[in-house]
Write a protein that binds this ligand. Sequence first.
Ligand code: NAP
Length: 214
Amino acid sequence: MTTKGLTAVLAGATGLVGGECLRQLLASPRYGRVIVVTRRGLGPDLQHDKLREVVAEFARLGEVKSQLRGDHVFCALGTTIRKAGSQQRFREVDYEYPLRLAQLTLRNGARHFSVVSALGACRSSPFFYSRVKGEMEEGLGQMGWPSLAILRPSVIAGERAESRPLERLSEHLLRFAPATWRPVAARDIAAAMIATALREPPGIIVIESRDIGK
Ligand SMILES: NC(=O)c1ccc[n+]([C@@H]2O[C@H](COP(=O)([O-])OP(=O)(O)OC[C@H]3O[C@@H](n4cnc5c(N)ncnc54)[C@H](OP(=O)(O)O)[C@@H]3O)[C@@H](O)[C@H]2O)c1
């Protein structure tokens, strides 16, 4: 069966940014198919002609590699050290899973990879979180993607089912901060990811928080 339009592969669709990506990709006339890969499925309420679901454990993503075939790949995976339970588990989700997804989809012929990193990502950072994000960016950068977009948002604003009081507090405190640190809306991040993907800029493009939503 042929698909009219582009095919997107999306990881993290059950999350805040990934959920926005999913809504916007399904609404976009440029994308004819959206392949969502999750560990637990999207649930029966979300159905759409363009939507294909692949349910898989990310630790064994290779088992579903033939289904991860698309033009553009969007990765909004992530956890917190508290949720993950250890630094090692956090690293698995925020470093190993994005790289695995990128390796498999690149081999399958994808042309553009877009990933949500974080403000201050740097492999030599004294902060573990920023260091892992920096290593993830570097790992992706070394893969030779024809087009790679790295977004580095500050605190992400949007409605979450789960309570994250520290993030909520930072969101309020940073509302009047300089643009570098100001919170950014999940929908603006998703929109920037999709707009960039549609341009397929060659090489690596880093989009800093202050430039998201402009
Ligand atoms: N929150 C912020 O203020 C902030 C600021 C800067 C950067 N970021 C980064 O932005 C990205 C997106 O953030 P977000 O707030 O949209 O994330 P989120 O709402 O927490 O969503 C995270 C996504 O990752 C998936 N995931 C987590 N652990 C997984 C695992 N073990 N196996 C498979 N999937 C897993 C979740 O799936 P399940 O639903 O199955 O758990 C969910 O789809 C993350 O990389 C985050 O580090 C966040």
